[in-house]
Design a protein around this ligand. Structure first.
Ligand SMILES: C[S@@+](CC[C@H](N)C(=O)[O-])C[C@H]1O[C@@H](n2cnc3c(N)ncnc32)[C@H](O)[C@@H]1O
Length: 338
């Protein structure tokens, strides 16, 4: 049985995917997950036998998508970690990624990371390479307090001190101090078990949402959107972007989370989408702005709108505080053009 692997993605829809997809207006066809993030929705769509196109502006998300959405059958052998690499290859790579030293990790750790990136470049099979890159991503995140890349270095050092962490939080969090390699070994089976073939040609993309629509291979049945709303935990570039920089795959993309521009940008995107799909499905919650009423009002210019809602508790990272939220799903049936 295939199973969505351990990803650690802030704002993921892991606990809500069944409810989201149960409310999709059609039960088969091609779905574009335009802001796919940790790919929890794309993965569940693949399990439910849709054809999935998954897109995200961050390369660190694209590698997950290549590994478990587009990939049908390629698994990774643990022996890949024994690939021979030379000191000079490691030093050259270290020079490219040394900006991570004393920013996210200690020098020796960044050297280990450099070695792993060199190994990744030697993996010939495309999907095995993406599996390995997704595992490197997971290892990088596991080693970081709060599972994100924008915690200041002095804070990281403090929280990685197991005695301090134990005194203060009653947890040692020793996994922050494991090697990258140990994390990769620990997660390998989990990632391999996530690989399966739903007999559809699923595809992964790494574009800004607007460019994605220009590059869509064909019309789709549903475009699903879970965009970064203003005033939520939404700084995805800050959370994960240093991975993209380390592998030299950064793209420019529209900043949706800027408060006063969100609705404007979203409407421009909807105008592009309606040429390319029969339905648009948008995730929202009662905690986000613009409100569901504002969104539905804008969307009603483009077709018939239906709203679904469900009570949901998001667990806030690093606290016991549980936050009650009403999760919403807005379904737009696009007006047929005359
Ligand atoms: C709320 S998250 C999606 C979470 C996802 N549904 C999941 O379950 O993991 C929003 C995503 O939008 C991506 N994003 C932000 N701006 C974008 C843009 N202009 N084009 C494409 N993707 C963008 C972010 O990198 C982030 O992964």
């Amino acid at each position: 049985m295939s199973k969505y692997p351990k990803i650690n993605y802030i704002g993921n829809k892991d606990k809500l995917v069944d409810w989201i997809i149960d409310n999709f207006p059609i039960k088969k066809g091609v779905v574009l997950d335009l802001f796919s993030g940790g790919n929890s929705v794309s993965y569940a769509l693949k399990e439910k036998n849709y054809t999935v196109y998954s897109n995200d502006a961050l390369y660190s998300n694209f590698v997950i998508s290549k590994a478990i959405i587009e990939n049908k059958d390629k698994k990774l052998d643990e022996n890949v970690l024994n690939t021979k690499v030379t000191e000079s290859e490691i030093n050259k790579k270290y020079n490219n990624i040394k900006f991570l030293t004393n920013r996210l990790y200690y020098e020796q750790e960044v050297k280990e990371l450099a070695k792993l990136f060199v190994i990744s470049e030697k993996i010939e099979d495309e999907y095995e390479r993406y599996m390995f890159l997704a595992l490197i991503r997971r290892a990088m995140i596991r080693k970081l307090p709060y599972s994100r890349m924008n915690v200041p270095w002095n804070q990281i050092q403090k929280l990685r001190d197991e005695e301090y962490s134990y005194k203060k939080y009653k947890r040692r969090r020793a996994y922050h101090n494991y090697t990258f390699e140990k994390h990769i070994r620990d997660n390998l089976e989990n990632y391999n078990n996530a690989v399966f073939d739903n007999k559809k040609d699923n595809k992964s993309f790494n574009y800004d949402a607007f460019d994605m629509l220009d590059n869509l291979p064909s019309k789709v049945d549903i475009i699903y959107m879970d965009p970064p709303y203003p005033a939520t935990m939404n700084k995805y570039g800050d959370f994960y972007g240093l991975y993209d920089r380390a592998v030299n795959h950064e793209i420019k993309y529209v900043n949706f989370s800027e408060n006063n521009m969100f609705l404007n940008n979203l409407e421009k995107l909807i105008e592009k989408c309606i040429e390319k799909t029969k339905y648009i499905v948008i995730s929202e919650s009662n905690k986000t702005k613009p409100t569901v009423e504002e969104l539905s009002y804008m969307l009603s210019n483009y077709g018939k709108v239906k709203i679904f809602s469900k009570e949901h508790q998001y667990k806030v990272t690093g606290s016991e505080n549980k936050n009650k939220t009403i999760e919403m799903l807005i379904v737009l049936k696009v007006k047929e053009s005359s």
